[in-house]
Design a protein around this ligand. Structure first.
Ligand code: IFM
Length: 445
C-alpha cells in the first residue's frame, strides 16, 4: 500500500511572534508596547514573567535561522514589532529597528527559507493605546501607514505578508475579558476594536500592494471546531451564536458577506462604529488566508445547568485544551466553503506540554499531537481544500502571553537561564514530514 503523502510543493514551516521571542525591548530605539506595560503590571502575567529577554531572538536570530535550516524547513513565519519600526506608532521611522527585519529576511533567504511576515501580532505601540487603542479608528489609519512602510522596505524580498494575527483574540481578550494587553474589560470597546481591526486590514491591503506590488497579502484568523454540548435546543442555539462570534465574525466580512446576524444580536451590537463604505473596504480581495487551529469548543447554554463531568475525560494539552484533530478537517472545510479557491495555510498549530525534566527533548505527546493534526490536514487536502502549507507553533519555547514561560509550545526546547536551544523529538519529526511528505511518525508514537 502506498503511504499518503503531502505534495512536494507543500510549504512546511515554523512560526513565532515578535514579543514572544525577541526580547531586547529597549534596543535600537524600540518604543514601548502594550505588552511591555501589561507584563510589568503586577498580577497580569503568571509568575510576573515579561518579554524583556524572552528567547533573545533579536540577538540570536542567526542561530535560530540555522535551526530552521538544519530541520530542512522551507518557511519561517514571524512578526514585525510595530514599536521597533515606529516607536510611537506614527511619525518618523526608526531605521535601526527596521534594520533588524532586513537582516532577518536576508539571513533566511541566504538559507533558502521563505519569510512569511505578519505585521501585527499583538504588540501595539503603547502611545497608540494611550490615544484610544483599537477601539479608536485612528489606530486603523496608523496601522495602514505602518504596514505600507514595512511592505515598502521588505517587499523586494518578502513574497507573503499577513496584516493581522487573530483579531478575535486582540479584540476580545484585550478589551472584553482583559486577560491580554491592554487589559480592558469594556464590551462595547471590544466590538469597536474588532471592527477597527478589520478596517485596519482593509486600509492596509491596497497600501501594501502599492508599496510591494509583487507580494501576496493575506490575514491570519483563529478558528475552533464549535459543537453543542447536547442536542438540547438551547445548546444548539448557543453553539450557533458561539460559531458566529468566534469563527465567522472576521471571516464573513472579509469574504464580503457582512457580519453574522445571530452573533451580532447576541452581543447587542449597535454598529455605531461602522462607517459608510467600511464593508467594501474590509472585503478587499486577498491572496491567501492563514488558519490557526488548536482545539474545539463544546458549548453549553448558560440557561441550562452545568453538565456532570464525562465518564471518560477527553485528552487535553498543558493549556487544558482538548486534543481534537478532526476539528482541523472541519475548520478547513468550513473556511474553504467560504473562500473557494483562495490558497489556505495552517499558519499555527501545536501544543504545550509539561517538560520532561530528565530529558527536555523528549516530547512524545507533542509528536503524537502533530502527527494526528498533519493527518487531518492531509485529509482536508485530499477532499479538495486548497491547503498550501503548514506552520507549526512554535519554533521555540517562548513567552506564552498571560501564562508567561509556564506553557511551552516549542519544537525546540529553550533553557531560559542559558538561552541554549535543543531540538526536541517533535522537531525531528517535523523535519521528517517536511522531507518526505509522510505524516506518520517514524517510531512508536
Ligand atoms: O502563542 C499563541 C500565539 O501567539 C497566537 N496563537 C495561539 C498561540 C498559543 O496560545
Amino acid at each position: 500500500m502506498t503511504a499518503r503523502r503531502f505534495p512536494h510543493e507543500f510549504t512546511w514551516g515554523a512560526a513565532t511572534s515578535s514579543y514572544q521571542v525577541e526580547g531586547a525591548v529597549t534596543a535600537d530605539g524600540r518604543g514601548e508596547s502594550i505588552w511591555d506595560r501589561f507584563a510589568h503590571t503586577p498580577g497580569r502575567v503568571a509568575g510576573g514573567d515579561t518579554g524583556d529577554v524572552a528567547c533573545d531572538h533579536y540577538h540570536r536570530y542567526r542561530e535560530d535561522v540555522a535551526l530552521l535550516a538544519e530541520l530542512g524547513l522551507g518557511a519561517y513565519r514571524f512578526s514585525v514589532a510595530w514599536p521597533r519600526v515606529l516607536p510611537d506608532g506614527t511619525g518618523p521611522v526608526n531605521q535601526a529597528g527596521l534594520g533588524f527585519y532586513d537582516r532577518l529576511v536576508d539571513e533566511l533567504l541566504e538559507h533558502g527559507i521563505t519569510p512569511f511576515v505578519t505585521l501585527y501580532h499583538w504588540d501595539l505601540p503603547q502611545a497608540l493605546e494611550d490615544s484610544g487603542g483599537w477601539p479608536a479608528r485612528s489606530t486603523a489609519e496608523a496601522f495602514a501607514e505602518y504596514a505600507s512602510t514595512v511592505a515598502g522596505r521588505l517587499g523586494d524580498r518578502v513574497a507573503h505578508f499577513a496584516t493581522l494575527n487573530e483579531p478575535f483574540v486582540v479584540s476580545h481578550l484585550g478589551y472584553r475579558t482583559g486577560e491580554h494587553a491592554p487589559g480592558r474589560t469594556e464590551p462595547d470597546a471590544a466590538l469597536a476594536a474588532a471592527h477597527h481591526l478589520l478596517v485596519a486590514h482593509g486600509l492596509a491591503v491596497p497600501a501594501m500592494r502599492a508599496a510591494a506590488p509583487r507580494a501576496a497579502v493575506g490575514i491570519v484568523l483563529n478558528f475552533g471546531a464549535t459543537h453543542p454540548a447536547t442536542a438540547h435546543p438551547l445548546d444548539l442555539e448557543a453553539a450557533i451564536v458561539a460559531h458566529d462570534q468566534a469563527n465567522r465574525w472576521f471571516l464573513d466580512p472579509l469574504m464580503g458577506r457582512g457580519y453574522p446576524e445571530e452573533g451580532a444580536r447576541a452581543w447587542g451590537w449597535r454598529r455605531g462604529e461602522v462607517a459608510d463604505g467600511d464593508l467594501e473596504l474590509i472585503a478587499a480581495p486577498i491572496d491567501f488566508l492563514g488558519v490557526n487551529y488548536y482545539t474545539r469548543d463544546v458549548v453549553r447554554s448558560p440557561a441550562l445547568p452545568p453538565l456532570p463531568p464525562p465518564t471518560k475525560a477527553p485528552e487535553r494539552t498543558g493549556m487544558g485544551w482538548e486534543v481534537y484533530p478532526q476539528g482541523l478537517v472541519e475548520v478547513l472545510q468550513l473556511v474553504a466553503s467560504r473562500t473557494g479557491e483562495l490558497p489556505l495555510y495552517v499558519t499555527e498549530n501545536g501544543a504545550a506540554y509539561p517538560v520532561d525534566e530528565r530529558d527536555p527533548t523528549a516530547d512524545p505527546e507533542r509528536v503524537r499531537f502533530l502527527a494526528r493534526h498533519f493527518d487531518a490536514a492531509l485529509t482536508a487536502l485530499e477532499a479538495g481544500v486548497p491547503l498550501r502549507g503548514y506552520f507549526v507553533w512554535s519554533l521555540l519555547d517562548n513567552f506564552e502571553w498571560a501564562h508567561g514561560y509556564a506553557q511551552r509550545f516549542g519544537i525546540v526546547h529553550v533553557d531560559f537561564d542559558t538561552q541554549e536551544r535543543r531540538l526536541r523529538d517533535s522537531a525531528r519529526f517535523v523535519a521528517h514530514v517536511a522531507r518526505s511528505g509522510d505524516p506518520t511518525p517514524v517510531t512508536g508514537a
